[in-house]
Design a protein around this ligand. Structure first.
Ligand SMILES: Nc1ncnc2c1ncn2[C@@H]1O[C@H](COP(=O)(O)OP(=O)(O)OP(=O)(O)O)[C@@H](O)[C@H]1O
Length: 436
């Protein structure tokens, strides 16, 4: 049954007053009730009845104690802890207006937060209610982040009336690549971590950027293996003859599948283009073709072309570079329906390596390790103002997945490839042999 998520509201509340009443009532309760018990109740009622009267303030006091604790930041209820912290944000940042002349304890208007949990996220909707607060959504996001000690994952619906902040409650789990993961898979998506999946047939192509040693090659190894078990034909363009070329012995017919010279790289891209055009003809010349169907419905194998260090390939031979660039653009723009997917990688993400036109067509964008601000923008897109906080280092960084409604890139940890627990080369070889 569909159930609406319960939203909790947080707004201006001066609990200081409540605390004063509480402290005062404790003193009064202690002395007065004893006095009343002895001198008044016992003289008029039986001992039992007098005890009941005596218990009433004690119960009231205990309930107040419980209430104050329950709604405090030390509460055992997670939602109450969050509400207390948000109340503090409202008070501390003066996100309210009071009428000092009449009642300074009552807000004329106040920022209102509505909060609820969705999947692994805490959603905070903020409603300024027309008050003249000076905090912009990004600075409020930072305040919320530090008050809650949670990582901001997204800011949505930015408008003067309403902004939604999304925080991750639990860090997504890193994928450990093992036999079990490889034996149980969805043919049309590749898991990136416990919460994110790359639906490569609808948001095709990948770009992986990062300085040397940041984990690009390992991320590519992971994607190659995942595509291989999904029956893909894999080609590797490796102008720098790096680690990827060492997969030669694990890819059947490697001579035609791994290229390092400009001429052989151009050949693979040309043939992929021809294949793409042929597939379009096969798919769309059919009279019974259904709209929205792609290569998968025609039992065609996905074709994956890994292009390591795109910029290096372009530098070597300017004439062939033009040809390579034009094939690359065609494949990026039209490859999806024909089942041709590109994985590009670069150490230096800049316009020479990947133009913004190409970048914007790439569904999965990963930045590993530390990059400059312009490097992050070139890789992840430039719709965001500031990146959320995240660990960066080998195999760690940010990811942006198109088509998921994200406005901010998200922290990311690349799947962990442990060669001691998994014979990568053998797994790749047998998957590729099965695909023949
Ligand atoms: N996902 C991962 N799982 C396990 N180990 C990793 C992972 N990513 C990186 N490493 C470790 O970090 C080292 C460097 O990673 P990698 O070779 O992928 O970097 P790179 O960015 O490709 O560097 P270069 O550009 O110099 O080739 C690896 O040899 C490996 O030990």
């Amino acid at each position: 049954m569909f159930r609406l998520k319960k939203k909790h509201t947080v707004t201006f509340k001066r609990r200081r007053l409540l605390h004063i009443i509480y402290a005062y009532s404790f003193i009064v309760l202690f002395f007065v009730t004893i006095f009343v018990f002895d001198h008044y109740l016992l003289t008029r009622f039986s001992y039992e009845i007098a005890t009941i009267f005596y218990l009433i303030p004690i119960i009231a006091f205990a309930s107040l104690t419980f209430y104050l604790f329950y709604t405090s930041r030390y509460s055992f209820s997670k939602i109450q802890q969050i509400k207390a912290k948000l109340r503090h944000v409202i008070l501390f940042n003066q996100l309210y207006v009071t009428d000092k002349d009449t009642n300074p304890y009552k807000a004329v208007t106040s920022m209102k937060f509505k909060i609820y949990f969705q999947n692994h996220s805490l959603i905070i909707e903020s409603y300024p209610n027309g008050a003249p607060y000076t905090l912009q959504p990004d600075s409020l996001a930072k305040k919320l982040e530090s008050a809650l000690s949670m990582n901001l994952t997204d800011i949505k619906h930015r408008s003067p009336h309403f902004v939604t902040y999304e925080f991750s409650v639990n860090k997504p789990d890193r994928i450990i690549v093992n036999k079990a993961l490889l034996n149980d898979f969805d043919p049309l998506t590749i898991p990136l971590d416990s919460e994110k999946d790359w639906k490569f047939t609808s948001i095709p192509h990948a770009l992986i950027a990062g300085a040397t040693g940041s984990g690009k090659t390992f991320m590519i190894y992971y994607l190659i293996l995942q595509f291989a078990i999904r029956g893909a034909d894999i080609f590797i363009l490796d102008p720098k003859r790096s680690d990827l070329s060492s997969l030669k012995s694990n890819i059947p017919n490697a001579l035609n599948r791994i290229a390092s010279t400009p001429a052989t790289m151009a050949k693979i891209l040309r043939e992929a283009n021809d294949e793409m055009n042929k597939r379009y003809e096969t798919m769309f010349n059919k009279t019974d073709v259904e709209l929205g169907k792609n290569y998968n419905h025609y039992n065609l194998k996905p074709i994956v072309i890994v292009f390591d260090e795109v910029a290096a390939a372009m530098e070597e031979d300017k004439k062939i570079a033009k040809e390579i660039d034009s094939y690359l653009k065609q494949l990026i723009l039209k490859g999806r329906q024909a089942g041709i997917f590109m994985i590009l990688s670069t150490q230096k993400p800049n316009a020479e390596a990947v133009s913004t036109v190409i970048r914007d067509q790439i569904g999965l964008r990963i930045a590993l390790g530390q990059l400059s601000k312009s490097g992050y923008r070139m890789t992840l897109g430039d719709e965001w103002d500031e990146l959320p906080s995240a660990e960066t280092g080998t195999g760690k960084g940010f990811v942006f997945l198109d088509g998921e409604g994200w406005t901010l890139p998200r922290p990311f940890e690349a799947p962990y490839l442990n060669f001691e627990g998994l014979n990568y080369r053998q797994e790749l070889y047998s998957a590729m042999m099965n695909n023949r």
